[in-house]
Design a binder for this molecule. Structure first.
Ligand SMILES: [Fe+2]
Length: 185
């Protein structure tokens, strides 16, 4: 089974019945990743799409441990023997380091390296440009939506305040990459 197929199968098994809205969002993120993957070198495409399928599996009941879904998902993937880059992309997705600081989980998260590559930026981009229902959305709308359904003291919102610039930078670097790829085509 290819990595991409395993990732789809595993995300579906963990999310589809238990967390249908999260599954809808995941399908949207994976769809967006598949659409933009050609802007990346060939060897990166499967990594991006697999990480997109897997990026929110840490919300599944069976995987919850620390409560930082990125870290819980990444630890599960490491136990499953999934390539370390995919584990690390999931671990650091969408400003996880900022949330980890608030939850005193920085040391645990440090077991995974934030690679800060175009592939990592592209994963963050796909996540923040997909609504909770899996539909395309601008990242400005996504941030507004995130704030609207959580309390200001929620760690996700406090971390958002800390990481919004970093997320916006990842989005803008990916938009530049996509524009360049379109010009080349
Ligand atoms: Fe997500």
């Amino acid at each position: 089974m290819s990595l991409r197929t395993w990732a789809w199968f595993t995300a579906k098994r963990l999310l589809a019945d238990e967390l249908p809205r999260r599954w809808a969002h995941t399908q949207g993120v994976a769809r967006r990743a598949t659409e933009i993957a050609n802007a990346l070198p060939r060897e990166e495409r499967q990594i991006l799409v697999a990480a997109a399928w897997l990026h929110d599996i840490g919300y599944a009941e069976d995987l919850i441990d620390t409560g930082l879904h990125q870290l819980d998902g990444a630890r599960f993937l490491r136990r499953e023997g999934i390539p370390v880059r995919v584990c690390a992309l999931v671990a650091h997705n969408s400003g996880a380091a900022s949330i980890a600081r608030l939850l005193n989980l920085s040391d645990a998260l440090a077991a995974f390296t934030d690679e800060r590559t175009p592939t990592r930026d592209a994963l963050w981009y796909c996540d923040v440009t997909t609504s909770p229902d899996g539909l395309p959305i601008s990242y400005e709308e996504r941030f507004t939506e995130l704030r609207s359904r959580r309390e200001p003291e929620d760690p996700v919102i406090r971390a958002l305040d800390l990481s919004e610039g970093e997320r916006a930078a990842a989005v803008s670097r990916t938009e530049e990459l996509l524009a360049t790829a379109l010009i080349r085509r």
